[in-house]
Design a protein around this ligand. Structure first.
Ligand SMILES: [Zn+2]
Length: 125
């Protein structure tokens, strides 16, 4: 009888450990996806935006003034303007913007998916 009770205690402890682990995983996923969605922070660099104003129509996310300028320079470059406005506006710089924007779009899609909503409902109550 004592062995049965001991086994049940062990199973209960294992369930608590697994539930705690799943909660930490859900928190990590939610935390990773929350980057760039705070309206009071620049989506790109994370700096606090002191005077919040709705982003211009051509900006996909709220940017600080500097990142807005950088984003517009990136857009001009992508639209085929053949001028390098700053020495750091290299192919690698453009690739950083390209992949950052792709990551933001992928994160938005995942945040809206049934799997993500289920993860949040089941493990972050
Ligand atoms: Zn910024």
């Amino acid at each position: 009888m004592a062995e049965v009770i001991d086994l049940k205690k062990r199973q209960s402890k294992q369930r608590r450990i697994q539930k705690s682990r799943q909660r930490r995983q859900a928190e990590a996923v939610a935390s990773m996806l929350s980057c760039g969605v705070c309206p009071r922070r620049c989506a790109h660099c994370g700096m606090a935006v002191e005077h919040y104003a709705p982003p211009p129509v051509e900006a996909p996310y709220p940017f600080c003034e500097v990142c807005q300028e950088e984003y517009e320079a990136y857009r001009r470059r992508e639209d085929g303007e053949d001028i390098q406005e700053a020495f750091w506006h290299t192919d690698q710089w453009a690739e950083c913007w390209r992949t950052w924007l792709a990551n933001m779009r992928a994160s938005e899609a995942f945040r809206g998916s049934a799997a993500f909503l289920r993860l949040m409902e089941e493990h972050l109550d």
